[in-house]
Every structure is written in C-alpha cells, then in structure tokens.
Design a binder for this molecule. Structure first.
Ligand SMILES: [Fe+2]
Ligand SMILES: [Fe+2]
Length: 188
C-alpha cells in the first residue's frame, strides 16, 4: 500500500509539472514558471531513476571466493533476486512474481547443495556449522513464504529484503571463510 501511494504521488507530480510546462511555454518561451517546471521535472526523473537503481544488487569483484563455479552461482543468485525486484517494482502479474520468487528459492537450494558437496568432499573442517547456516536461512525463507502465501501485507517486500541482505552478508562473510581451504585442495 505504501509503495502504491508513492507511485500515485509521483504520477500526480509529473502530470502537474508537464501541465505547467505546456501551459507556460504556450504563454511565451521566456515564462519562468515553464522553465522552473522543466528543471523540476528533470530533477524528479533523474532522482527517481537513481533511487530505483540503488535497490538492485550489483556484483563486485570483492565478492569473489576465487572459485569460478561458486562465483557463477552467486552471480546468478544476484541476477534472480534482481528479477524479483523488477517483478515487485513494476507490479507484474502475480504469477510472474511467484515464478521469480520460486526461481530464487530453488536456485538457492541448488547452490547450497553444490557448496556443501564441495566442502564435504574436501573435508572442510567448518562444514557442519556452514551447512547449519544454510539450513537456518531456508527455514527463515520458508516462514516468510508462508506469510506471503497467506497474503500478509508487505510480505513479498520483507522476503526480498531478507534475501538481499542475507545473500550479500553470507557471500562476504561465511563463504569467504572456505575460499582459501578449498582453493588449497585444488577446487576451481
Ligand atoms: Fe554458503
Ligand atoms: Fe554461497
């Protein structure tokens, strides 16, 4: 509901500014109100685009764990989470929203299985605690999904925020810890 009101406010503001621009320039090219409205419209559009872009995750080289298959999984997860952000931002059809959410969750589970396999096969000493953080994450996601399926207000936004925050924190923290060990075992 909050985001709907913001979007309605933006639409009214943009329409008002366009009306002032057209009416102002029709009364004369030097009309200061027309120029002021034009500059305001540009500021509103540029500011809005910057705010929208800030909500999307961007891969950084510092996220790399030095193992190509894992980095590719993490990049794909970022891409899938951004798809969910797009589905929410553009208020797409609910089926598309559910589809993008399912893709994030399914790929997260697929990725965890791959990561856990590499850790277990190579005798990583912190395998069990790492696996436990994955399980805890899936449990938390399942709780949020239940709220979403019950139609609770803001549930999809809470899910998205959780996925974004958890993923970046995990890639930059817990996943970095196995990097040196697995590379020393010849994992690429
Ligand atoms: Fe992990
Ligand atoms: Fe990971």
């Amino acid at each position: 509901m909050g985001r709907n009101l913001i979007m309605l406010g933006m639409a009214i503001l943009v329409m008002t500014l366009i009306t002032f621009i057209i009416a102002g320039f029709m009364s004369g090219i030097s009309n200061p109100l027309a120029w002021l409205s034009l500059v305001s419209l540009i500021i509103v559009i540029v500011g809005h685009n910057k705010l929208v872009k800030r909500r999307y995750l961007i891969w950084k080289d510092s996220y790399s764990v030095g193992i190509e298959s894992i980095d590719n999984d993490h990049k794909k997860l970022i891409h899938l989470i951004n798809n969910l952000q797009t589905a929410i931002d553009f208020k797409t059809d609910v089926n598309f929203e559910k589809q993008t959410l399912d893709e994030v969750i399914n790929y997260t589970q697929y990725h965890f299985t791959r990561e856990e396999g590499l850790m277990e096969d190579n005798g990583y000493p912190e395998f069990e605690p790492h696996k436990a953080t994955h399980k805890k994450m899936i449990d938390q996601v399942n709780e949020l999904v239940q709220a979403y399926e019950k139609g609770e207000d803001g549930a999809i936004e809470s899910l998205l925020t959780f996925l974004k925050t958890w993923l970046i924190k995990h890639i930059n923290g817990t996943d970095q810890e196995y990097s040196e060990y697995l590379i020393s075992k010849g994992v690429k």
